[in-house]
Structure formats: structure tokens, C-alpha cells
Design a binder for this molecule. Sequence first.
Ligand code: PLP
Length: 425
Amino acid sequence: MTDATALTRIQATALDAADPLRALRAEFLFPQHNGRDQTYFVGNSLGLQPRGARAMVQQVLDQWAQLAVEGHFTGPEQWLTYHELVREPIAQLVGALPSEVVAMNTLSVNLHLMMVSFYRPTRERPAILIEAGAFPTDRHAVESQIRFHGFDPATDLIEVEADAEDGTVSMAAIERAIEMHGPRLALVLWPGVQYRTGQAFDLRRITELARAQGAHVGFDLAHAVGNLPLSLHDDGADFAVWCHYKYVNAGPGAVAGCFVHERHARAELPRFAGWWGHDRESRFRMAPEFVPTPGAEGWQLSNPPVLALAPLRASLALFERAGMPSLRRKSEQLTALLEALIHARVPQVLQVLTPADSAQRGCQLSLRVAGGRAQGRALFEYLQSVGVLGDWREPDVIRIAPTPLYNRYADLHHFVEEVEHWAGL
Ligand SMILES: *Cc1c(COP(=O)(O)O)cnc(C)c1O
């Protein structure tokens, strides 16, 4: 790794020139700042627009204009099976079988649908275990599900507290909690990457622990998908949900993803059913009884939102082109260099909260600004004013997520220089 103290603009530019993924940046549209591309570190919130997205959307609009209802049944991009166009690339991205994944709804909706099937509380086993400080939608969803079934979140919602000063949770703490509450656990719901700290978890280990206790296990992969290589099938969780507008760059409110493990493909699970989850072969007989399509597609409710799915196709094509192993390699290098630059040049301004171990993080670093909220806001606003975009988490954290698809080594250099400039260093 390059010596971060001495990293010059010229060296950063040389790293970019040698980057085998450098051509991908040109596939994205950047917001402009004073006539130049913004330095965009917010792919963890809303990924940039792939250039190919517009054509994908336009194609659907054209098909609608030219064919109207016949668009459902015409050509390779017929709307009847439009969601199937993204099935293979999504399966690749999350390490699943194509039959284990489906693009549908949005994350929170999918989380509820999954809990209908996989949170089946009984008097003996009513509890859900999550991390303390979970993303609000996850907490609202589990709390409302617990109440919906007539149980009490005060006793049946178990929140595992961070056990490190930086806000991260050790595997030992997770193990202790799962073992302590084991016989009462109906469900363990855990993030792939925690959104505030950027901490990544060992999904296989958590799955083993939960299943050993007889609990179902599901993952919220909002900050993991498109960020880390995943192996959902082999890790063996019952379900997972994620969105596609963060690292997957499919646009605001994009159609989300959902995984149901193969072992449940034909299981008679309780579910909220809709006609699009009905067996494909007999769906249009319009019979009254529900026969689910085997696999994750059996959880679909409605016919696919074709316009909303269109940009996802353009984005997934870029992941296919780059390959997750290469993306991860570059991502580890970008994040390690960012961390080294911060330690070497602005340690008095920024404290890294995200684990230093690359196995325990994706691309994001959560940075605590010294001096508290006012200083933090001042730095954040300064960075914005010079076209460097991170995102703000109360009370004093700036999250910076260099993504390997479109960020450059020069972006890291630029960020640290601007922090130095602001701090008068
Ligand atoms: C971004 C995010 C969500 C978003 O939920 P939507 O239903 O897409 O609005 C949910 N959970 C986590 C952990 C997230 O980071």
C-alpha cells in the first residue's frame, strides 16, 4: 500500500491510471459542482445513475406507446416476465440460486412479507433478536409484528447492545445473546453491514448460532448488497431483504430484492398471497385457490412494476461486467487508503469508528468529528460547499463510502486535502 503521509495528487492519479476498473466510472452520471464532477461518497445512500438507465426506461415507454397491452406478451422484454430479466444477475450478486431471489416491492414491505412467513411466535418462543440502534424501519417492523401477534415488545424484542466504545458489536456479544435467549427466540434479524458504524458481520456464523437454537434467521442487506461479496445460499439464512438504490445504483425508490432459501421453496408456509405469486403455469386460469410458484417468486403480490425495474437492468449489467471479486479487491484498497490517509494526516479531526479489520467492513468509513456536533456540522457543510459529498449522522458522524464502481483514488486525496484545509492544517 502507498505511504499515506506522502500520497500526492500525482500518485493518486497514477493509482487511478493503473486501476483495471477505471473505465466503469464513465458509465455513471455525476452531479456537477462548478462545472466539475462532484466528489461523491454517498453511494451508501443513493447510488449514481448508470448512463444505461435512461435507455432501459425509454424502451419500456416506447413499448407501451407502440404496443400498449400487447407489450405484456411481445418480445424478449415482455412485461409478463420482466422481473425474470433481473433474476440471474441478482442471484449472482447475492450468491444465491436464481429460484431463491426475486425483485419486488421495497425493502420494508419485503421485510414484513418475510416476517409473515418466518416470524411465527408461540407462547414459549415469542422473541425477535435484533441489534440495538437498528435502522428505524427494521425496529418499527419487528415491534409492530410482535404487537400484531399479541406479544409484548418490552419482553419479546431483544436488542443486543454494542459492546465497544466505537459502537460496534463483537461476535462474542452476539453469541452470548443468542445463547442466553435461545429457547425463546422465534427470529434473529441482523444487518449484513450496520448502517451507522459500517460494521460487517459474519452471516454464516450468525445463521449457525440462530438455527442451532431453533430460531429462524433473516438478514437486512441494505448496506451489504453491491458492497460485499455475499453467499446467501451457502450461508443458509431463511430469508434476506435489501434495497437496490444504495450500492446497486438502480435509482430512488428502486424495486427491492428478496431471498428465500431453497429449503423453503416448496414448503407450505403461511404467507400473504397475491396473484403474481401464484404458479406461473396456471396463473391465468384465474382459479380461486392459491398455488404458490416454487421459490422466492411465490411471495410476489402484484405484477412487476416494469418502469421501476428498468434502471436495475442497466445497473446489474455493470456489476456483471466488473465482477464482484474485482470490485471487492478495489474496494478494500480504496477504504484502506482512506483510513491510512485519515490516520496519517487528520487524526486530530476525524476518528474512524468502523472496524479496522477489512473482514468486518465494506467500503464505508464512519468518521466522528472531534469537537462535537457544531464542529461536525461545520466540516460537513464546508465539504458540501467544495463539492465533496458524504452524509451526516447525528450527532457528530460523517459517513464516507468510496465505491469501487465510480470512485477514484484521487477522490480520497481530495477529501483529505479539504479536511486539512478546513482544519487549517
Ligand atoms: C436504507 C435502509 C432501509 C430502507 O428501507 P426502504 O423500505 O427501502 O425505505 C431499510 N433498512 C436498512 C438497514 C437500510 O439501511
